[in-house]
Design a protein around this ligand. Structure first.
Ligand code: TRP
Length: 353
């Protein structure tokens, strides 16, 4: 594969190469893919795929803890997979699959849940937040909380450990889950490490999730939960309308403007070239450029960038497109890796054959 072909031939002959490290992430299909996903998750993960052996998957069974509409579940699963491929994921380089196509994950989930403390799950942020909301609303603490939500961190740990992942690119909100995966791996290794040891994973938080968050059309962080996203694959005219809706202040056209307090400018910063960004900043600070003009510019930049992706996405979303073939091939590769790990684990715990 590409990473290996960069190794000079002389070195390949002289000594065995250390195995390339594995980058893995899961994508929960809970909504239409948006600009924040592209900048904050998809692009950083695709960048890592240049250096690491990459394993990326659609975490559909994680979405099931909250998704109750089968048609929506099916649609988002395909839409998110198609978005990653349209954005440039190369299925020859990256193992790309649907979690639910790899039954080994669910067998390992039981095994790992037997070495995981219940107290650890009680302290998980997402579960604790759901309980706090209930208590605040005067309900029973566990009202409406299903076991899927409670066990979520174990399933996620298994996603990570099953593929012997070294690094896990995730948003900040997922940091605890990756730490739990490391903890759970540690418990297993402590008990059975003389026969099989899991790799201890580490989270990588992309910059767009720390310093340079992508703002949504209301200026807060772009997120499905705020309903402020710019969906990636809107038809051109709808994208234009949405960009026009981004609120701006009432500074008159002639007056100088502060680029850094403008949501429109901040979104532009994630897409335009450094030259265009610097030039736009200058023009805004000089005065004479209205917000309407800046919005037109943002739309043009976004549209130029997204048009080819939109076209590829639309093809992949057709029934019977190559998307299903790619996912099936990815699942076969994932199952082979998972099968190897599961056989070792079964042997280690005392289940032979
Ligand atoms: N919990 C993650 C999220 O909500 C999705 C996910 C599931 C994941 N399994 C994973 C991420 C394994 C990284 C690794 O975004």
């Amino acid at each position: 594969m590409a990473a290996k072909s960069r190794v000079p031939v002389s070195r390949m002959i002289r000594m065995p190469q250390p195995a390339t490290k594995v980058s893995l992430t899961g994508i929960k299909p809970t909504g239409e893919p948006h600009l924040g996903n592209l900048i904050g998750a998809i692009r950083p993960a695709l960048k890592l795929a240049e250096e690491y052996d990459s394993i990326y998957f659609i975490a559909d069974y994680h979405a099931l803890t909250s998704e109750r509409d089968p048609a929506a579940f099916r649609h988002y699963t395909r839409a998110v997979a198609a978005a990653w491929m349209a954005a440039g994921l190369d299925p020859d380089r990256t193992i790309f699959y649907r979690q639910s196509d790899v039954p080994e994950i669910f067998e390992l989930t039981w095994i790992m849940s037997c070495v995981t403390g219940k107290g650890l799950m009680n302290r998980a942020h997402a579960y604790k937040a759901a309980r706090d909301r209930n208590v605040e609303a005067g309900e029973e603490p566990d009202f409406g909380i299903n076991m899927g939500l409670y066990n979520y961190p174990v399933l996620m740990a298994v996603d990570i450990l099953m593929m012997e992942s070294d690094v896990v690119p995730v948003g900040r909100d997922q940091l605890q889950h990756v730490e739990y995966a490391a903890d759970i791996a540690g418990s297993f290794n402590h008990l059975y490490g003389s026969s099989y040891r899991f790799t201890i994973p580490e989270a990588i938080i992309p910059e767009a999730d720390t310093a340079h968050t992508v703002p949504g059309i209301d200026g807060r962080k772009m997120s499905k939960s705020y309903d402020n996203t710019l969906p990636l694959f809107l038809p051109e005219n709808q994208l234009k309308k949405l960009v026009r809706r981004i609120p701006t202040d009432s500074t008159p056209v002639e007056e100088p403007k502060d680029p850094d307090s403008s949501t429109v400018f901040q979104i532009l910063e994630h897409f335009a070239t450094p030259e265009v960004i610097a030039d736009t900043r200058k023009r805004l600070e000089a005065g004479g450029v209205g917000w309407g003009e800046l919005k037109n510019q943002l739309f043009e930049v976004l549209n130029a960038e997204l048009a080819p992706l939109r076209e590829r996405y639309t093809e992949l979303m057709e029934p019977g497109s190559d998307l299903d073939k790619y996912l099936a091939e990815g699942a076969a590769k994932a199952r082979e890796r998972a099968g190897r790990v599961l056989r070792s684990v079964r042997g280690a715990i005392g289940i032979d054959g």
